[in-house]
Each structure stands twice: as structure tokens, then as C-alpha cells.
Design a protein around this ligand. Sequence first.
Ligand code: ZN
Length: 97
Amino acid sequence: MIQHDISLRQTAPLCKCGERCRVIESRGRSITDPRLLGTPSSTYHVECMECGIASVPQHSVGVALHAWKTGNTVDTAKLPMVRGAIDMAQIKLRAVA
Ligand SMILES: [Zn+2]
């Protein structure tokens, strides 16, 4: 997985603590499974390094910014676990489709 700070391309919001947040693009998956072929593999999140929180990763920047704005956040330490859960949810969706 490769992560890029794309804050310069996006308008990064201010955190409640006053720090400028970072908008992060994560390319690649947390897990490898052939059932994930053809599904989105990049996720985006907004994070404040000072507070150690991030928006729940999303497949679009706009939804990630909305998640940050509405307080849909997690500890940055839990981001890998959340990304894994997102991939597992896609596998389950494919199974019922
Ligand atoms: Zn903060």
C-alpha cells in the first residue's frame, strides 16, 4: 500500500485543535483476495496528526471530507483495521450480488 498526502490538491479542513488536517490517498489494499478484482482499491481519509484521529476511509475524497465534517472518525492507529473491514464488506457484497 502506498500513501500520498494530497492536501495541496484538496482543501484540507482545520481540526478542532486548530491544526491544518491532511488529506491522504491510500493506493492498494490491506488484504489480497481475487473476489476484490474490479472493485475500488484506493481510499481517502482526512487526518489530524496532532489529535491522532482520522475520518473513516472512503472511496472518494468528497465523502472523506464529509465524514470528517460530520465526526465519522477513528483513531489513526485503527485505520488498517478499518480498511480491512471495508475490503471484507466488498467481498460480502459481491457474494450476495
Ligand atoms: Zn486536531
